[in-house]
Every structure is written in C-alpha cells, then in structure tokens.
Design a protein. Structure first.
Length: 368
C-alpha cells in the first residue's frame, strides 16, 4: 500500500488544530491513520509547529508522499533539507550546521519583511489610539483655553463698561449737586431790601379784601345809621345860612333822609332782581331752541350728548358742520364713529327746513 503524509482536522469550531499523520492513501481525511507525527496550530501568533523529525524522515525513507501543505511546512522547518542532505551522504554535523543556517536566514528574512504577530498588531493599534486620543485631548484643551480667554475678555469689557457707566452717573450726580448748591447760594445771596416789601405787602391785603366782603345790606345799615346824625350835625349850620329852613326840626330831616335811603335801597334791589332771574330764562330759551337730534338716522342718545357738549344742539348747526368736524368731535369724546356720520348734515338740512317728505325719502334711499 502507498503511505501518505497529510493533516488530520482536530480542535474545535473556529479554533482548528491539525495533526500530521502517516496514513493509507485510500483512507478518508479524518479516518484511520498509521502514526501521529506532530501538530500544527495556525491560529496562534505565531503559528505553532511541532513535528517529530526523525519519524518523518523514516516515513520519507519508506516512500511516503507528503501532501502539498505538508511539503511546504516541512520545507520551512528544514526537514526536507535534512532529508536531501542525508540522501546525499552528508555527515550529521554538516546537516545540523546547514539546518541552523537555514533557520537563521528565514528568521532574518521574516524580521526584515516586518511581518508582525496579532498581539503586536493589537499593541500597535492600541498605541495609535492612545496617541490620537492625546491629540484630541490637546486640541480640546486648546479650544477650551481659547474660549475661556474670549469669555474672560468679554467679562472684562463688560466690567469696564459698567465702571464707566457708574463713573458717568457719579459725575452727573456731582454736577447736579453742584448746580443745586450754586442755586441755593444764589438764593441766599439776594439783597435784604427785596425781602422787606414782600413781607409788608400781605399786611395791606386784609384791608383791600375787607371791602368786597361787605354786603349791600351792611352798606344800607351804615348809611341808615350815619344819615340822621349827619343831618342833625349839619342842621345848625343850615339854620344860620337859610332862616327858612330853621323851622324844620331834626326829626323831620331824619324822616326825609330815611325815606330817600329806603327809595335808593328799593331801586338797587329792583336793579339786581332781573339780573338774577335772567339766567333761568336764558336756560329755558336755549332748551326750547334745541332740536331733538336723535331724529336723525344714526344719532342715538350718546351721540346726541356728545354733539350737545360740542355746542351742536339744533338741526341747522348740525347741517352746517362738516363730516371731518363730526368725526373729530366723536373721536375726542373717546367714542367710535357711527359709520354714517357723512349723512347727518344732509338729514339735518331737511329737518331744519321742516321738509319731512324729503327727509323720509332720503332715509329710504339710504336703506335701499
């Protein structure tokens, strides 16, 4: 039978381990085998290879044929070189020396190519992430410092403005206080001569005001009391000048004087009475002359009061008033316009002429 050197699948899921076996070429891959020759673990970093070189050389001497994958691994491990030199008749020392040199060259080549293990790649990635994080942190710190400097500058500017405003306010207050003191000093420095007339003036006011307080009745009593005495005192002088008047007694003179004063008092009362009664008469006349403005379509009691307060109480006065003036009167009274005040003068014109038919026709035309 032909013997073959090949790998047998072992290990677990996603973690394969291959066993190098010498088996019958007719057996299945994972079937029965003749001898176990080593292990190959490709998942580890670096890949782990553990072969029994002596037994492999034995089977190669027996004519066993390795598979392609097994041949590559045997070549990398120097086993095929050992087998070739053995067949060439080299000594054991030469074979060991050649194999060691071969392995050294492979290690140097692997180092020069820069092939790294998974752990090394992971460590390098971690270092790169740390460096990037440091750069980001430095950028953030720089941006934060710039922002804090900007905010500090803004705060200082705001404080400077507040101080300037406070100083300006203090300066204005000081200027106002100085002006007030100057005015006070100027008022205190006025001459005393100007104060004396001002103090004496009120003393004369009661005398001046006493005259208006006297009522007509008090004046009449004063005249009535003073007249008989004055006539009595003047009677002797009149008797000396005119003998005919001596026959008259002081009592007669007093009676005549009293009658004259009474006549004068009645005349004054008669003059005052019509003046007092004229006001109600004027009010009655104005009330009788006023027209009922609510007859006009659109004028209610409120608008009638507003127009009356503006002096418009008759149809004739309303007819002569412009629309702009009516709107101004209503607006000044704090009310809103009626909306048809432009028709009020025309309606008032008909009513002022007692043209009822024209007024009704005009109102109907407005409704239409």
């Amino acid at each position: 039978m032909s013997v073959k050197l090949r790998f047998r699948r072992m290990g677990r899921k996603q973690h394969p381990v291959f066993g190098l076996v010498a088996t019958d070429a007719r057996s299945p891959r994972d079937g029965r085998f003749i001898e176990d020759l080593g292990r190959y673990e490709p998942v580890t970093e670096p890949a782990r290879v553990k072969f029994n070189a002596d037994r492999i050389l034995y089977w190669l001497g027996q004519g066993a044929q390795p598979s392609d994958t097994v041949r590559n691994l045997l070549q990398k491990e120097g086993i095929l070189m050992r087998w070739s030199m053995t067949r060439a008749g080299a000594s054991a020392e030469e074979i060991e020396t050649a194999v060691e040199e071969f392995k050294a060259r492979r290690a140097e080549k692997a180092a020069s190519t820069g092939k790294k293990t998974r752990a090394e790649r992971r460590a390098e990635a971690l270092e790169a992430e740390k460096a990037a994080a440091k750069e980001r942190a430095a950028e953030l710190a720089k941006a934060r410092a710039e922002r804090e400097a900007e905010l500090q500058a803004q705060r200082e500017a705001a404080e400077a403005e507040e101080r300037a405003a406070a100083e300006a306010a203090r300066a204005e207050a000081a200027a106002a206080a100085a002006d007030s003191e100057a005015l006070t000093e100027a008022a205190d420095a006025t001459p005393a001569a100007e104060e004396t007339p001002a103090e004496e003036a009120p003393a004369e006011e009661p005398v001046a005001e006493a005259a208006p307080d006297e009522t007509p009745e008090a004046a009449e009593e004063a005249v009535a009391e003073a007249t008989p005495e004055a006539v009595a005192e003047e009677a002797p002088d009149a008797a000396e000048e005119q003998p005919a008047v001596e026959a008259e007694t002081p009592e007669a003179v007093a009676d005549e004087t009293g009658e004259e004063v009474a006549d004068q008092t009645d005349a004054a009362a008669a003059d005052d009475a019509p003046a007092v009664e004229e006001a109600p008469a004027a009010e009655e006349a104005s009330a009788s002359e006023a027209d009922k403005l609510t007859t006009v379509n659109g004028i209610g009691p409120k608008y009638s009061e507003i127009l009356a307060s503006a002096g418009i109480t008759t149809f004739a006065a309303l007819a002569e008033t412009t629309v702009e003036r009516l709107q101004e009167i209503i607006t000044e009274a704090g009310s809103t316009t009626a909306g048809n005040e432009e028709t009020w003068p025309t309606q008032a014109g008909f009513l002022a002429k007692d043209d009822t038919a024209g007024f009704d026709a005009y109102v109907e035309s407005l409704k239409a």
